[in-house]
Structures are given as C-alpha cells and as structure tokens.
Design a protein around this ligand. Structure first.
Ligand code: NOJ
Length: 708
C-alpha cells in the first residue's frame, strides 16, 4: 500500500513512506528551486521533467503546465510554486495591490494586517500558487538601505506583532505558506549597503532581530529565507549557529529554510567563502538550508557529494522531509481545491484594501488647514507623484518584477492622489500640473506656479520614485531631490494654503515641509486606494489614525535615528544640526485630541512570573469618532548592561466615539522586561522600571513598577 497517496493517513506517515521510496536524485531534486522566468527553453524542459521541488515567479496558466509535468514523473511529487506577493499578489496585473509593508504597519491594526494576509493568500492560491515570500521581518533602522519599504518599520516589537498577524492571515485557511525573511539582521548591513556584512553580535541578534522570527515560528510560519549577507564576516548561508542551532533546534522551527536568490553561488562568486559550488552546496546544507533558490548546479553538486560520501544522508532526508511535510499539509498531493479566480480583486478584497489605506495614512502636521471645505472652488494638484501609479505602488509589483516593465497599463482599479481629489472634490475645479519629475529632467515649475496662483488651495504631491526604491537602490542621500524643494519653495511663494502629500518608499528629510506647509500627509506607497484615502483625509471623510512606525531624520547623515537607542551620547546631537528628528516613531495626528488620565497598574511590585494589567482612561475630546493607538513604553531604570531609553512593549488600537472616555487595558508580561546578557541569557533584572503609556514617544503619563 502506498501510504503517501492515502489522504487519511497522518502527515508524518505519508512523508516517511514517500521518503523511503525516493532515489537520491528525487530527493535532491526536491531541494532545488528554479526560477521559471529566467530559464531558457531547453533548461525549462529539463527542470520541469526532473522533478524539482519548487519553481518561483510562475503565474496563472503556467502553473498548470508545470504541475502536469510533475504529475507525470515517477512519484508524481507536486512542485511548490512560489511568488513574491509582498503587498498583495502584486506581480499579477489586476490583483489587489495593498499599501507596502511599511505603509501598512502605520495602521497599528493587527486585524487589518491579518486580513491583508488572508486576502493575499486567496488571490495567490486562486492564481495557482502555493507560497508567498513574505513577510519581511527585517528591521528598518538604516534609512539608506534600499529595502526599508519592505519592513514593518524600526521597532522589533512592532515588526514581530505585524509579522505574526500577517503570517496568521496567510496561513489561516491553509491555502498557501508564508516565508519569514531575511534571516537575519539583513537590514542592519553596514552603511545601509544591501546584502553586505552586518556588524552585530549574537547578543544583539537575540535582543533585537530574533524576537520577530520567534513570533513567526510560534505562529506556524511554513518557511524561512536565509539572507544574502554575512554577520561579523560569516555568510548567513553557511551559518550553522544561526540557522541550525538557533532557528531549528532552539526555536523549534518545523518548516523548511530556503536560501535567497543564488545564495549558494554567491558563497563562491561574491563572498569568496567556498572554492567551488560543491563545497558551497555542502556548507549551505550543513548550515541548515533545505532548499536552494536557483544555483541549478546545486543539483549535480549534491548528488556528487552523496556519491562520494561527503555529506550525511540524514541531512538530506531531514531537508526533504521538511519540504514534503509542507506539501502534504497544503493538500498538494490530494488535488488541492483552490478559490475561484474571481476572488482576485473582488469587491470584498477592495473594501479591505481601502480600509487599510485609510488607517495607514499618517497626518503629520495640521495647522488648522484640514479638513478642507467641500465647497473649495479651485484646487491645484501639483507634483511629480500626484498622478504616478508606479510611485504610488512602490516596489514588488508587475511594474518592477520579475523584470522591469515601463509601459504596462494597470488592469485593476487604483487611485493616484489626483484621481482621489477628482473623485472626492466633485464640486471643485481641479487644476493639475506635474511641475517636475523627481530628478529634474522635466522642469515645468512655471506652469505649476501659474496653476497655484489660480487656486484657493495647493496640494503638492512629492516623494521618490521606483528608481530609488528596492534592491540595488541604497541611497547615500535621502533628502528630497533639489528640484522638488525648488518646486515647493516656489509654491510657498504664492502664499496659498499649501498641503504636502508624500508618496515615498521610506523616510526622507522633510524639515522644509514641516516648517513651511500648512499640512503634511505621509502615505508611503499606498497601493490601489492610497490616493483616494489621501483625498478623503483632506476632505475630513474619516478621522486619521495612522502613526509612524519609523522616524524621520533632519539629515541623511543622522541615520540611524530610531527612538529606542541607548543613552550616553555626549550632548545628544550633531553640532551642525538641531537636536532630534523631524518626526519620531509614534507621531501621527488625528482630528481629535486624546486625553490620557488615571494610569493604574494591577500590581506595582512583581516577580518575573507575573503579568501586569496596565489600564488608562483615554478621552476623545474631538467632535469626530476616532481610533487611537495606545502605546506602552518601558525603561529599565538601572541595568547591568545598557538598555534602550524607551522601548515599546504593548499597543492597542481602540475605537473611541466623539466625546467618549474609554478605559484601555494593556497586558504586560514581566518576562518581556528581560535584557539579554553577554552570556546570552534572557534575564529580568530586579529593580525599578518606568511604565509610560500614551499616544507616542513624547506624550504619555507614567508610573513605576518594581521587580523583586
Ligand atoms: C531576492 C530577494 O532578496 C527576496 O526577498 C526575494 O523573495 C527573492 N529574490 C525572490 O524574488
């Protein structure tokens, strides 16, 4: 009896049975992932019939063909088809494009992030795929890095909470698996240089970078991707300590580990760690990688290692077991039922996307300029990003991947800010002028000024563009480009009410905007409904509730500028710029003022096994219903090693009606007050902790907690 074909047998028995029937070639085939998109015709035939474990960057109809070929191999093991569905299934033109991870994190709304995961899973699965290479659990601390847009911001706790929520959403209905990446400290590469060495210690990894991956593992994440780079000169791909000992053994990760793109080859070509691909393949497997993304020679190399007894069969078996387990779990052997294609960008999905766009957008400044009167006669909408869907979407859509496409037309519904303004301000006359492009190749600022002079209000939409966003796009200078500043200065000169909307992949230096605009709105890459949400915010159709999950420096050289650093800097500032950031983590206004009072702790003296309930009353003093994210920060007053001046330990987003007062209770597990010692132990030290509860890092009320 072929147990592996029996739907009713338990997964472990099916895996064991199948494994016992597999040849070396079939096993090693499972450990290879091949990029569909970059294969030549001949290679494509070869790999389709070879029985490789996975293909990536396949879409729709192509999936069926690949599956059919796999079904006709000796054991008929189905391939796992993977895609970068990073903010929605966005490599498929016409599918839902959500706000970027960074934008979405500003919603501080776990439920909506989970919905984003669910929607994406349905669309990915309906399109024939099984696996998304998401979420990114890197931490966005060095703003020069080109991939900050892919992070959930600068705070390890927020990254972990959002990561957990989206993984739960992706895997909730068992349609696809997710992939927590890039393991580990990839965003911390020295100088913000993508894929470069990170100078972090294991202690630091355990303090800052590991906790989000632990949450991902606990949430049942199906796969983890190994980062490109190295840590303290050891390539992650060959890092047995981090992959095998910590991720698999200590955290108990049961899924499989896939390398990033060509990591095995990179051990030879970029990192000069291995002499040849055979040594590189062995190092990668021994370290704990189960599947190689590309580097097709991996297949022959591993077979030769087996033949020459240079690698233990137990390592191969373990890797294949992990991959097969996922395939059985997803029902790929049992004629998987997929959602109808009609779910792709269906009305229900659009509604969730629109809601997320509204909750993600951040109002940074409002000098009584907003909401704008619905009867405003003439509005000038100006700026390079006012009507640019590519900038609106950001990276990881069909515009940029798998290969860049310039002129493709979006098949789905979307709103640039200009579209949104036309939709929302139907009674007003809307004048549009681009003014300039991001780099100043086009300079039509004269026309823009002319339009502004005719208007009652100017909406200027600035930011960055796709060419400044993503892999290979690290920036030494994160200022607004000079032409944009010039445009803004000229618009300011018209003395009209000036509202800036930012469409950008990550924080830029926007001090001029803060000082000179009447209102500033940050949407990052807002997805299909970003432009509509911006216009609705301007019109006051909803009460903004987004808050920054990342800080904005005054100057490029001020990065990193995250809020939860250690104390101890003489003077606390660079001598040639003012102190502090332009905007901090947690900043974000609403049309309501929230008043905090009556902070109380269920216990004031605790041991490390306690859980404390921290309650606070929050009153919405405004005339509009709203949602407020209540944040709880702690400070370990005296500690045996440096600890952050302030660190987020809990947050809740709550609805509070106009004029209403609500009690909000946050749960603080005393174990979460632990620091990581140089002996790599998590220890809650005795003594006092400051507990700060409020709207952001600056506006809070506080009490103390004593650990005995
Ligand atoms: C490289 C990127 O680093 C990774 O995030 C992505 O999932 C893979 N390529 C596949 O496209």
């Amino acid at each position: 009896m072929e147990i592996y074909k029996d739907k009713n047998a338990d997964i472990e028995s099916r895996v064991s049975d199948l494994l016992s029937r597999m040849s070396d070639e079939e096993k090693v085939g499972q450990m290879l992932q091949v990029s569909y998109n970059t294969l030549s015709g001949e290679d494509y035939e070869k790999y389709k019939t070879l029985g490789v474990g996975s293909f990536l960057h396949v879409l729709g109809e192509e999936c069926d063909e690949i599956r059919e070929k796999a079904a006709s191999t000796r054991l008929g093991i189905p391939p796992l088809l993977g895609i970068d569905a990073i903010h929605g299934h966005a490599l498929r033109n016409g599918a839902t494009v959500f706000p970027s991870q960074l934008a979405a994190s500003c919603s501080f709304n776990r439920e909506l992030i989970k919905e984003m995961g669910r929607v994406t899973a349905r669309e990915v699965c309906a399109d024939g795929l099984d696996w998304t290479f998401s979420p990114v659990l890197c931490i966005g601390r060095d703003l020069r890095w080109g991939r900050v847009d892919e992070t959930f911001g600068e705070d390890s706790y927020v990254v972990g909470e959002m990561g957990k929520a989206i993984i739960e959403g992706y895997e909730d209905e068992n349609l696809i698996i997710s992939c927590a990446k890039h393991y580990i400290a990839y965003g911390e590469a020295t100088g913000g240089r993508d894929a470069y060495d990170s100078e972090v210690t294991e202690r630091k990894i355990r303090e800052v970078f590991l906790p989000p991956f632990k949450k991902a593992v606990d949430a049942g994440c199906g796969s983890v991707m190994t980062a490109y780079g190295s840590i303290d000169a050891k390539p992650l791909t060959a890092n047995k300590r981090l992959l095998r000992e910590i991720l698999k053994d200590e955290l108990g990760f049961k899924g499989f580990v896939v390398t990033d793109w060509e990591n095995v080859r990179s051990l030879v070509t970029n990192q000069h760690f291995a002499e040849n691909l055979t040594d590189a393949s062995r190092a990668a497997i021994e370290a704990g990688n189960d599947m190689s993304m590309n580097t097709h020679e991996f297949y022959e190399c591993v077979l030769s290692l087996l033949k020459n007894k240079k690698i233990h069969m137990s390592l191969i078996d373990d890797a294949v077991r992990r991959i097969l387990r996922v395939k059985f779990r997803l029902g790929l052997f049992d004629g998987k039922k997929r959602p109808e294609k009609s779910v792709i960008a269906c009305e229900g999905h659009k509604k969730i996307n629109h809601e997320l766009a509204r909750e993600s957008i951040v109002l940074l400044k409002n000098d009584s300029a907003l909401p704008l009167d619905g009867d405003t006669k003439t509005i000038a909408v100006i700026g390079p990003n006012a009507d640019d869907v590519r900038a609106l979407y950001g990276d990881w859509t069909y515009f940029s991947h798998p290969e860049p496409k310039r002129d493709v037309k979006p098949l789905g519904e979307y709103y640039t800010v200009l579209d949104g303004m036309r939709e929302v301000f139907k009674k007003s006359r809307i004048l549009y002028e681009k003014g300039c492009d991001i780099f100043g190749h086009e300079n039509e600022t004269d026309k823009a000024v002319k339009a502004a002079k005719k208007a009652d209000v100017v909406i200027c939409v600035l930011g960055d563009c796709l060419a400044q966003n993503g892999e290979y796009r690290d920036r030494a200078d994160i200022s607004l480009t000079p032409i944009q500043l010039e445009l803004l200065k000229r618009l300011k000169g018209t003395q009209k009410k000036l509202i800036a909307v930012l469409v950008n992949c990550k924080p830029l230096c926007i001090q001029y905007l803060k000082e000179n605009c009447d209102a500033v709105i940050e949407m990052f890459n807002g997805g299909d409904y970003g432009g509509l949400a911006a216009a609705e915010l301007i019109a006051g159709r909803f009460n903004p509730s987004g808050k920054l999950t990342i800080s904005f420096p005054r100057h490029s050289a001020q990065t990193p500028c995250y809020y939860n650093g250690y104390g101890g800097w003489h003077g606390g500032r660079y001598m040639d710029i003012d102190e502090g950031n332009v905007y901090d983590f947690g900043d974000g206004l609403s049309f309501s003022e929230y008043e905090y009072s009556n902070l109380r702790l269920s216990k004031k003296t605790v041991t490390e096994n306690d859980v404390v309930e921290v309650s606070v009353d929050v009153k919405n003093n405004g005339a509009m219903d709203g949602k407020e994210t209540v944040m709880l920060f702690v400070n370990d007053v005296v500690s045996s090693i440096l600890t952050p001046v302030k660190e987020l330990k809990a947050f809740e987003k709550v609805f509070i009606g106009a004029g209403e007062k609500k009690t909000v209770t946050l749960r603080l597990d005393v174990k979460d007050l632990a620091l990581v010692t140089h002996g790599l132990k998590r220890v809650v030290e005795k003594g006092e902790f400051e507990i700060m509860v409020g709207s952001n890092t600056k506006k809070y009320i506080k009490d103390t907690l004593t650990v005995v």
